[in-house]
Each structure stands twice: as structure tokens, then as C-alpha cells.
Design a protein around this ligand. Structure first.
Ligand code: AMP
Length: 387
């Protein structure tokens, strides 16, 4: 086993075989590292570009042990590994980010408790175990509000918007397991995020704040940089730094935030791994979020997270996304990325496309529409409408 910084040819273990692992492994290869992926999927996006794969689930102790013993350091592209599994991995090799960080991000109540304790504002929230608690929470937070599962929710799954008193009982019955979390509805002007890396020495590198647009609860577009007031931008950057420090993060983290109608910035979620809203950095930054991730995990110095261009990133989702692929590779100026997934299931992230603009020249909504040309989702036209 190697010490830090990892020497060339050391092996980084990545838990999870998806596109985040794939792009991390590609960045690692460029820095002379090998990746070894743990995934149950025989032909996974990350496995296709990695030196080795341990095929197996995330719960079997023998599989976890075999994987850990084959690598020099362990990181994640998939967060939902059990607490016991994390402890087992950490007993064999350094795990970056630490299991304590993953645990906080795995549970919305732990996450919000942690954020508020760190002085970071969130939507007001209440933990809800029973129907009576839900009624009491709605009496305080009002309607509309958003009821969510605390674990394993993503891309809008495991949540229900409560608009009227009749919505409470069906949503409470449907969402499992309990406890749930009720969040006050944020009348947001924009959804924004910051991706930040932090090294073991406490050095940090934060990418510029970006603006995210969703379609059907899935990220559709990221605009870099976010077109928000300077004060909100500073607040978003300060929140990301505060979160990374309070977690004692070693690795990379995304903080998803709302910019509300009053100009306040509220944290929504943290993801201690590369993030979809950071994919634009591959093409627009000297060191991408994936390179920063690898550097932080390997103990290499973190360069400044500078951006040499403005960018728009569009996800290619499901069969509709794949239908855009011929246009994505044909259109001059579009930078296409495909993740190697064989089945284009509905809602599945198949790839993305980046368009760069000279730094400072990110156009307004109409210009972005024109620049994406054949790729623009009809759901988002005109661009200002959040579907
Ligand atoms: P999440 O799974 O927490 O990332 O939520 C998915 C999406 O639902 C967010 O990106 C928002 O568009 C919306 N959403 C979540 N929580 C709230 C909230 N408290 N108020 C308003 N919209 C929300």
C-alpha cells in the first residue's frame, strides 16, 4: 500500500460503476493512476475505462474486503453504501471522503441538522414519523410544502408536493420508509450549485457557481457561470467553503442551493462526489471536477479551479437524449460525451454535451437556445420556463 501523495501507477478504488466513476477514472488515467471499480454491473460505464473491476454488490463483506485489499485508497461515485460496509472499507484502506461525510449526506435529516448546526440556512423543515406529526408540521410550515423520504431519494424520486389538506394522507402512505422530512416550499428564483475540492491539508478549490435547470425532476441544463447577483454568488461560495470545512472534507463535494425570491441562498443537498452540474468543467477548466476529485483523494496539490470559458452543459437523457446524439456529434462547436450505457431507459443519463463561449460571453436565454440549436429540449422552450 502507498502513502500520500499516491505515487504514479497507484490504484484508486472507486465504489460504483456509473458515469461519475467513468469520468473520474479517465481523469485518473491522465494523471498516471489506475482505477479499480466495485460494481454489480458486468459492463459498467466506469468498468469499461478502468484497469480492474470487482464484480459484486455493496453489502457483501467478502466482496468489500477483496476490493479494499486490491487498492491504495477508496473513493465513491455512489453514496448509498451501508454504515457497516463503510466501516469495513475504512478498516482496510483510507476512505476519502471519510465515512462520516457519506453518512451525513445519506440522510436528509442528518444533512439538514448538520447544515443548520454549521450556520448554513436551509428551507425550514420538520422530521415526520406519524400522520399526527405531519399535520402538526404542516400547521407550522404551511402549504405548499414538500414531503420527502430521508434516504435514497434522487432526481425527484421519493418526494411529494403537498398543495392542499387532501394531499397529506396519500403522500404520507406512499412515501416509505419513515421517518419522512417535511420541507417548507422554497419559492426559488434559481437553482444553483457549487463544486468544491478540499485536500487533507485544508486547501480548497471551488469552481464558479452555476445555474441549473431541471426537466421532469432531472438536471437538463447547467449554465456556467450562474447569472446571479454578486452578493448571492459570494453567499453560495461561502456556503460551499463552510460545508467543506465543517465536514473536514478530503475529496470533492457539490452543494445544491436555492436562490430564493428574496435573494437568500438556501442549501438543499450535499453530494460528496463529482456532480452532474460540474460536467462542464471537463471542457471549460484546466483541471476538471474529476481531476480535482482524483487530486484530493490522491493527496496531490489542488490547482485553482479556474475557468477559461463560459459553458452550457446539456444532459442527454433516456431514448429522447440518444435521439439527439447524431445532432450532437454533427453540430460544430458542440462537445459530445457518451457514457457507454447499452440501454437507453427512460430517465437514464446517457451522456451530455457542452458548448463553450469565450469567458464573459455566456449569452442570455435566447442566445443559449440558439447555441444549443438542435439539442434544445422542447420542455425548456422558452428557456426561462422551468419545466
Ligand atoms: P431534491 O431531491 O431535494 O434535490 O429535490 C429535487 C427538486 O425538487 C429540486 O431540485 C427542486 O426543484 C425541488 N425541490 C426540492 N425541495 C424543494 C423545496 N423545499 N422547495 C421547492 N422546491 C423543492
Amino acid at each position: 500500500m502507498s502513502g500520500f501523495p499516491l505515487p504514479p501507477n497507484a490504484t484508486i478504488g472507486i465504489v460504483g460503476g456509473g458515469q461519475l466513476g467513468r469520468m473520474s477514472a479517465m481523469a485518473a488515467a491522465r494523471l498516471g493512476y489506475r482505477c479499480h471499480v466495485l460494481t454489480p454491473e458486468a459492463d459498467s460505464p466506469a468498468g469499461q475505462v478502468s484497469a480492474a473491476v470487482t464484480l459484486g454488490g455493496f453489502t457483501d463483506p467478502a466482496t468489500l474486503r477483496r476490493f479494499a485489499e486490491a487498492v491504495d485508497v477508496i473513493s465513491f461515485e455512489f453514496e448509498n453504501v451501508s454504515a457497516e460496509g463503510l466501516d469495513l472499507l475504512a478498516s482496510i484502506r483510507p476512505v476519502r471522503p471519510a465515512p462520516s461525510v457519506l453518512r451525513i449526506s445519506q440522510d436528509r435529516i442528518d444533512e439538514k441538522t448538520f447544515l443548520n448546526a454549521a450556520g448554513v440556512a436551509t428551507a425550514p423543515w420538520r422530521s415526520v414519523e406519524t400522520m399526527a406529526e405531519l399535520e402538526a408540521a404542516v400547521a407550522v410550515l404551511g402549504l405548499p410544502s414538500v414531503l420527502k423520504t430521508t434516504r435514497l431519494g434522487y432526481d425527484g424520486k421519493g418526494q411529494a408536493m403537498l398543495r392542499s389538506a387532501e394531499d397529506l394522507a396519500p403522500a404520507f402512505e406512499r412515501l416509505q420508509p419513515k421517518p419522512l422530512i417535511l420541507e417548507g416550499f422554497v419559492d426559488f428564483a434559481q437553482e444553483i450549485s457549487v463544486v468544491i475540492a478540499r485536500g487533507a491539508d485544508g486547501s480548497m478549490a471551488a469552481f464558479d457557481t452555476v445555474e441549473n435547470r431541471h426537466a421532469n425532476h432531472i438536471l437538463d441544463l447547467t449554465l456556467a457561470p450562474a447569472r446571479i447577483p454578486g452578493a448571492a454568488d459570494e453567499m453560495a461560495q461561502a456556503i460551499a467553503r463552510r460545508v467543506a470545512e465543517a465536514l473536514d472534507l478530503v475529496g470533492l463535494l457539490a452543494v445544491e442551493m436555492f436562490l430564493d425570491a428574496q435573494g437568500r441562498v438556501l442549501a438543499n443537498e450535499i453530494a460528496p462526489r463529482p456532480h452532474n452540474s460540474g460536467h462542464w468543467t471537463i471542457d471549460a477548466c484546466p483541471a476538471s471536477q474529476f481531476e480535482m476529485h482524483v487530486r484530493a483523494v490522491a493527496g496531490l496539490p489542488l490547482p485553482p479551479a479556474t475557468r477559461h470559458a463560459d459553458a452550457v452543459m446539456k444532459n442527454l437523457i433516456g431514448p429522447e437524449g440518444m435521439a439527439l446524439w447524431p445532432a450532437a456529434v454533427a453540430e460544430p462547436g458542440l462537445i459530445p460525451h457518451l457514457y457507454g450505457k447499452t440501454e437507453a431507459l427512460p430517465g437514464r443519463k446517457m451522456g451530455h454535451v457542452t458548448r463553450l463561449f469565450p469567458r464573459g460571453a455566456l449569452p442570455g436565454d435566447l442566445g443559449v437556445e440558439a447555441a444549443l440549436g438542435p439539442l434544445l429540449s422542447p420542455l425548456l422552450s422558452p428557456l426561462g420556463v422551468i419545466a
